[in-house]
Design a protein around this ligand. Structure first.
Ligand code: COA
Length: 183
């Protein structure tokens, strides 16, 4: 896809037509309505791969703290990657790889760590992402923690220039609760 152009836009910079096009792409890729997904995920930075002005592939980065220490609630400033999608009839041509390369560059510049949840680990592993080996948890609004064992093995992280050397992929990791799919 040599004619693929990568652009970035904050959610509030997308006009209605562009947002509708993005929604159509994500709904086609994931096979589910996206209104609840946008509401759950909130605003972020969209990384868009396009050809001749049409969106072909997408990912977005949302600010989300991750917590690693149960006792002290130490948080890390993570860029959480959501809604990685390529039009179904345009897959396996490198579009999502190009989008995720730009995502990796942005994470490296702006965050202490990249993170995402997936069942398609192999796609991200090629790009340097590592699967979290330790137990996953959800941090509730009142500070309690609830295990999210169903997500164990589905969380991946990308180290950046600012990632602490002490990061332990075998330790616990927690994220703040949000409706439907906390991770
Ligand atoms: C997963 C997805 C984003 C990949 O997009 P894409 O544009 O086809 O990705 P690329 O062409 O850059 O893939 C390059 C390589 O990644 C790997 N790869 C691609 N899709 C993969 C998948 N579903 N599972 C495992 N590896 C995959 C392959 O090695 C591929 O190289 P190959 O085509 O030479 O075998 C796309 O299939 C999609 O939108 N799927 C539905 C939504 C989804 O599952 N998103 C990710 C959820 S976290």
């Amino acid at each position: 896809m040599s004619d693929l152009r990568i652009r970035t836009a904050q959610s509030d910079e997308l006009d209605a037509g562009r947002f509708a096009e993005l929604t159509e792409l994500c709904e086609a890729a994931f096979g589910e309505p996206f209104a609840p997904v946008w509401a759950r995920v909130g605003p972020g930075l969209h990384v868009i791969g396009e050809i001749d002005g049409s969106i072909v592939s997408h990912a977005m980065i949302v600010d989300r703290p991750l917590y690693f220490e149960h006792e002290t609630d130490v948080a890390i400033d993570a860029g959480y990657v959501e809604n990685v999608a390529t039009w179904p009839d345009l897959t396996r041509r490198g579009a999502a790889t190009a989008v995720m390369s730009e995502v990796g560059r942005i994470l490296d510049e702006e965050y202490e760590l990249g993170a995402l949840a997936t069942t398609t680990n192999a796609f991200y592993a090629r790009l340097g992402w590592e699967t979290w080996a330790g137990p996953t948890w959800i941090r509730t609004a009142d500070g309690d923690r609830v295990r999210s064992a169903g997500h164990d093995g589905q969380i991946m992280v990308l180290r950046t220039l600012r990632t602490p050397a002490s990061l332990d992929l075998h330790g616990p990791v927690a994220v703040d609760w949000r409706p439907d799919r906390p991770w």
